[in-house]
Ligand binder design. Structure first.
Ligand code: ADP
Length: 235
């Protein structure tokens, strides 16, 4: 590592992780998960009756994740309500979690997962996946394995774990101009099968760098999975 990270972390170090379950009493299961100032709360309701009814699936439960950032989560107040970005991230999170769940045990039902980002400092979709996986487990939804998520960034030439906003906005000067020089890759891993269930890259990497990024992410997700397991035992 040739570059010093803005907050002095080691290249393979996440920000401080905090995790807690059952933070919302009226939900069937809920959790808080944070990477430093990126903080997510997830609440699970279900399995329950599907509305609208035409979305029912006789083979398995419908998993419906809804990610949003609160207006006060960022310095410039965010416009409330869904956006194209939040819809895309909601879809990504659903796909990241689905393979871990035994949805076929609850045909014709829906499991709703509401995720709110209460403070955002990049990698919020990763914090969201981790909170949602905890909330689903806390709700007693049968799972084959846990889902853990982390982002990998490339700052100039170096790969780092758990990108914050300063790193995401990292620039280098070229020809007197400041050019955005960061790439970030959001990943999620399934704890037992070790499969990748989320891979979203902004920027570019060589195939060799992508391979290295996934190795770094896997190691980091193994640590995150242990934190999640420990948190679930605190019920
Ligand atoms: P992620 O949070 O998963 O990294 P993005 O790359 O889309 O997703 O966003 C990076 C960061 O940019 C967010 O975590 C947040 O800090 C900031 N951001 C995203 N959308 C907005 C917005 N509408 N207003 C202000 N800041 C935003």
């Amino acid at each position: 590592m040739t570059l010093k990270r803005p907050d002095g972390r080691k290249f393979d170090e996440t920000r401080k992780i905090e995790a807690k379950i059952n933070v919302i009493k009226r939900a069937d299961g809920s959790a808080f998960f944070s990477f430093g100032k990126s903080k997510a709360i997830a609440a699970v309701y279900g399995p329950k009756q599907v509305i609208p009814k035409h979305k029912e699936n006789p083979q398995k439960a419908l998993l419906r994740c809804n990610y949003d950032m609160t207006p006060f989560s960022v310095t410039e107040r965010k416009r409330p309500g869904p956006s194209r970005r939040s819809k895309e991230i909601s879809h990504e999170i659903t796909k990241a979690l689905e393979p871990a769940l035994l949805l076929e045990q609850f045909p014709n039902t829906v499991i709703d997962v509401f995720i709110q980002i209460i403070e955002a400092d990049a990698s919020t979709r990763c914090a969201a996946v981790n909170a949602a996986a905890l909330a689903l487990a806390a709700a007693g939804i049968p799972m084959k394995e846990l889902v853990s998520s982390v982002s990998i960034g490339k700052l100039d030439k170096d790969l780092v774990v758990d990108v914050n906003k300063d790193e995401e906005d990292f620039t280098v000067s070229k020809g007197g101009k400041e050019i955005k020089a960061a790439t970030d890759v959001a990943t999620a891993f399934l704890s037992r099968s070790e499969k990748v269930s989320l891979l979203h890259m902004d920027g570019d990497l060589t195939s060799e760098e992508l391979k290295k990024a996934l190795e770094l992410a896997k190691k980091s997700c193994e640590k995150i999975s242990k934190v999640q397991e420990k948190t679930l035992k605190e019920i």
